[in-house]
Ligand binder design. Sequence first.
Ligand code: SAM
Ligand code: SF4
Length: 332
Amino acid sequence: MTNAAPLTDSFHRVHDNLRISVTDRCNIRCFYCMPETDVKFVERREILDFEEIERFVRIAAGLGIRKLRVTGGEPLVRRDLPVLIERLAKIPGIQDLALTTNGVLLGEQAEALHAAGLRRLNVHIDTLDRARFLQITRRDDLGRVLDGLETAKRLGFKIKLNAVAVKNLVEADIVPLAQFARENGFEVRYIEFMPLDAQNLWDRGKVLLVDDIIAQLSREISPLTPVPDPDPRAPATEYVYQDGGGMVGFIASVSRPFCLNCNRLRLTADGKLRYCLFAIQEDDVKGLMRSGAPDEEIAALVRRNVGDKWLGHEINSGKFVAPPRPMYSIGG
Ligand code: SAM
Ligand code: SF4
């Protein structure tokens, strides 16, 4: 770790948060992320190996990265993931490590992940209804996700649930999922459907808006009040139930973009650095690494990428262009 200047972009946003995608593969096929068939995966030799990922994180930690999230595709389909987790958890400067997963393989891997030093999980689940789970993910795996959650809870993981909010689809799931989270001590976060699906199905009319979800939960469970934000740079706005039943988070990427507070960078599984989920520009970390570049050159690339960062995505303007990569290939 060095005492390098913070990673600041031209809008004075300091970057200390890195999301690392470890694979673009997945064992389910959520319609808002992947196509149903003929998914184009990157060839294995194009995927960063553990040494390359670890090296990049060491360099990034030297530039002020403090928080890591491992994601994908589905990170648990990457072989020996706990080995990588253990290495990342030990990197000097890294203060927080979390994993985002669809939970299908969590029952099998939770113990090894815990032993590797992981303590925080975001588990993606949109519904407790088996038929709707199948409709959304095109796989009949709800039972495995629920088993995985139970195992992870027993091991003491801090668990958040990620639920994608799609209009005319999940309205009936909002309250049961919130109740399930309250009963289990999980925090559910509802995420507005974003234009990152592989089949260009998105349009504004398919977004179930956070304001509507807040109204529904307030009406049907207990009134919600916003909590003053302990970290204004976190994407979720958090609310508490008036009856003391815990917290619920909302990621209003479409209706209330939070770009002005963004502190995140993303490394794709094939080694491209992106300053935004919606970025068109990418910088080639893997190419540099595999051509024998020293750490200083890779650090300079990171600074350049941050320096080029735009003010924000333009989902709400006529200028918006969806990135050529869908969600599974960027890393959510
Ligand atoms: N496979 C893991 C999972 O599903 O959690 C990690 C990768 S996935 C791309 C990360 C998160 O992206 C998911 O938890 C899901 O909530 C979210 N997501 C995927 N497609 C989305 C979309 N089009 N709009 C909003 N959120 C989306
Ligand atoms: Fe797989 Fe996650 Fe995409 Fe669903 S959202 S298809 S679980 S990568």
